[in-house]
Ligand binder design. Sequence first.
Ligand code: SF4
Length: 686
Amino acid sequence: MIPDMKFVATTCPYCGVGCGLLLAVRDERVVGVEPWQAHPINEGKLCQKGRYAHQFIHSEDRLKTPLIKRGGSFVPASWDEALQLIARRLSSYRPEEVFFLASAKATNEENYLFQKFARVVMKTNNVDHCARLCHSSTVSALAKAFGSGAMTNSILDLEEARCIFVIGSNTFEQHPLIGRRLVLARRRGAKVISADPRLTPTAKEADLHLPIRPGTDVALINGLVRRIIEGGWEDRGFIEERTRGFETLRETVMKEESTLPGTSRITGVPEGDIEAAAEMIATLKPAALLYSMGVTQHTSGVENVLALANLMMLTGNIGRPGSGVNPLRGQNNVQGACDMGALPNVFSGYQSVEEDGCRRRMKRVWGVEELGEARAGITSTEMMEILADRPGRMKALYLMGENPMISEADQNRVRRALDNVEFMVSQEIFMTETTELADVVLPAASFAEKDGTFTNTDRRVQRLRKAIDPPGEAMPDWEILSRLARAMGYGKMFDYRRAEDIFEEVARATPSYAGISYRRLEEPHALQWPCPGPHHPGTPILHVERFATPDGLGHFTPVEWRPPAEVPSEDYPLILTTGRSLWHWHAGSMTRRSKSLGGEVETGWVEMNEEDAEEMGIGDGEVVRVSSRRGRIELPARVTSEIKRGVIFVPFHFAECPANRLTNAALDPVSKIPEFKACAARVDKL
Ligand code: SF4
């Protein structure tokens, strides 16, 4: 033990796995990170990102004082001055003219307060967050199929699977401590299948790799469903007792495109591999499904997830350990931000903003007479559309910890949209590409400087514990919002002394969190929702006896394959798909300021197939131009055999060569998620 060193147990600020870590603190500085040995998920291990999670905290670049833009430049201001200005400007707008963009990087308490501020103070449901860009298709599809949009199982029971089907997820690099469970399951004899256009580290570890063409998920899954039915491998008992709609599903997959040759033609996966995968998924029980944004970020995102729900119900793989439909959330608190109602159509706990009973409940908890209209607000992607294409309709934008200039599709259009905002506020820990465009910037506390909770990908509500004070005048997002509400005359409804006060209100407002308290979260294993009462043990596995649908049954929803919004053409002959690096997280503002992480991968690259590269005369490491119909970027080529021919891959973290300058903002019609994972592109030598 080093003298004067204290260790504070908290939760990793990066991916949705939610590993427990200990911040080592000396002289009011976080000097290191240790894995939390007693934590059930990571069991004393951390990935690279978690291991160096402290390195950005004391960066010289941290925002330390409020800033107001005057004459095109930011000047420091007092909190009073900044909050009075924001209060005055926000008060001048109508509810439909403002938009609130919350964040999966912020705590549950902060997201809850953010949507409360939008709904109580500004009387608008125009509130959303970055789940719109990652798992909104999951929430829509699983709510329809199962009655709940959440991961059905636990990270801990994955090891009991005999088969794990991973599709559209590079689990080893993006959720490394779930990747570890995959390895442990394999050691116990489980077979792993990976469907991915790239031979990722996850695909290399798999027993079977299905090199799928981007944008053909429904075709592959329908092909698997058909082969399972033809093989007589479906779980008849489960289908009859627990589901409805099977016959329509069966009829849908009897079309030619779902035969083995038809599926192979569309997806590019060899027939024999499709057949082998179908047999493994259906006959090695229990089988678990893991998926991520390779599935969800498509104009057919909702259909892709519905098809996967069909597959797992068909094989009876719901409601038991080692099975389930398991969407892996990218950011640490995507699940929580959704749970807290940072969405345009629901209050916390997915209570509809349109239903009288839910509105009455929220008015009672919030102590207000009136809320805004009983109608869902617009999504963040629709907000960008309106700002870019119909200037003047929306006027004010309030951001908490988000950087849409890097994370939204079609960057040039995003820039046009943000330039059309009349008044923009950004609560942030660093100046970012988006914050530069704001009118007022408010310095926020980082994860190490505040209390709260995060809810990880398997619905586990966990504590975040304050280790040090924020730098300068920065303060937690929840405190900023409380002060602003006070400045706008709503002090009584936002009178919180500490984050725990807010969480107690969350428990009163949110049936699935009703039994959770800070006291109960002291144990490292924390609690998984639903947890409806103070003695309820939490719920590791959903849908054990009945689904959460009104009739208690799982609903098969037949879907048919349709191509992505943009397909290769003569001018743009390649399919561009985007993703992440092991070393970086999201828009890079934290990991790129970390000495150990930023130094490993300093900039972006385009990954391309070696045969494609040879035809174009492009060598490994050569700087090339990648273009789509929306823009162009220049970056080095990584020439490899580990990506499908005709496909290129660009990670999206890097502002100097932003993948999202190229991506297509076409939306899924239901979830409004953009098609980040497939657009037409070209590569040119410089
Ligand atoms: Fe953090 Fe995710 Fe790595 Fe765990 S796996 S240490 S939560 S980044």
